[in-house]
Design a protein around this ligand. Structure first.
Ligand SMILES: CC(C)(COP(=O)(O)OP(=O)(O)OC[C@H]1O[C@@H](n2cnc3c(N)ncnc32)[C@H](O)[C@@H]1OP(=O)(O)O)[C@@H](O)C(=O)NCCC(=O)NCCS
Length: 224
């Protein structure tokens, strides 16, 4: 297994890998491959932290990082960073590859002077790489009441004490909503990949599952 920086010749393979990894995981289908496709031209993208993992002569993993910011309670903003999508090909999931890739990228990010990472994810995976609830560091998630526990909003100081005295709110950079903002462009892009069947499953974000259940009860189905 090797980890190296992504090169332009890898772009399509990595986007396809991202699509395979995320397909039907959080919603019917997925949009993360388009986020990656668009982000490489975004000034917030960090090429030095855009890693691919190879095994058995193919790319089986990828992670990318972005600059981000925390809006301070007392006005102004404070530099933060985020990462994702992170993908491991379905054939290689739950074999330790994801954690190896993430830890490799975190070590490089630390070397580069990244102070804190904020992100949305499953604590059961990210806790193995040093992440904890962001609320413990005084950082809140946008769109959520400040006193609410937000179990998917995670953070890690890579520079100990970086957030000392900081209280504020994090909102994911706009680059992550590119598919929602340009649905037609996304649809055209996605249609260039092999056809895959969209499906609902219980592990997906609650709104999708609930909408699907309600419609099923009415004898209807949601058009995907
Ligand atoms: C999430 C992902 C990157 C993890 O990579 P991975 O190689 O499958 O994970 P690892 O084998 O390194 O996991 C290490 C440990 O983290 C935990 N873990 C990993 N994935 C988990 C999940 N989906 N739910 C809960 N715990 C998880 C487990 O404790 C695991 O150890 P175990 O298998 O011995 O129990 C990969 O599964 C993936 O690409 N998933 C689809 C896309 C995605 O969800 N990306 C993250 C978005 S935030």
């Amino acid at each position: 297994m090797t980890i190296r920086l992504e090169q332009p010749k890898d772009f399509r393979e990595v986007e396809n890998l991202t699509r395979e990894a995320f397909w039907n995981v959080y919603r019917p289908g997925c949009t993360e491959h388009y986020v990656l496709n668009q982000y490489r031209n975004n000034p917030d993208f960090i090429p030095e932290l855009d890693f691919v993992m190879e095994e058995d002569g193919r790319i089986i993993g990828n992670v990318m990082f972005s600059k981000a910011e925390i809006t301070l309670d007392n006005g102004g903003s404070f530099p933060a960073w985020t990462f994702g999508p992170i993908s491991i090909h379905p054939d290689y999931k739950r074999k330790g590859y994801g954690l190896k890739l993430l830890k490799h990228a975190l070590a490089k990010a630390r070397e580069m002077g990244v102070g804190v990472l904020c992100m949305e994810g499953n604590i059961n995976f990210y806790k193995h790489a040093g992440f904890d609830l962001a609320s413990k560091l005084g950082i809140h998630y946008h769109d959520m009441p400040k006193d609410d526990e937000v179990p998917f909003f995670l953070a890690q100081e890579l520079k100990p004490g970086y957030l000392k005295g900081i209280e504020g709110t994090y909102c994911p950079p706009k680059g992550y909503s590119v598919a929602d903002e340009n649905p037609e462009a996304f649809k055209a892009y996605d249609s260039t990949f092999p056809k895959k069947v969209k499906a609902y499953n219980e592990g997906q974000l609650p709104p999708f599952v609930q909408i699907a259940k309600n419609l099923k009860e009415q004898g209807k189905s949601l058009e995907l």
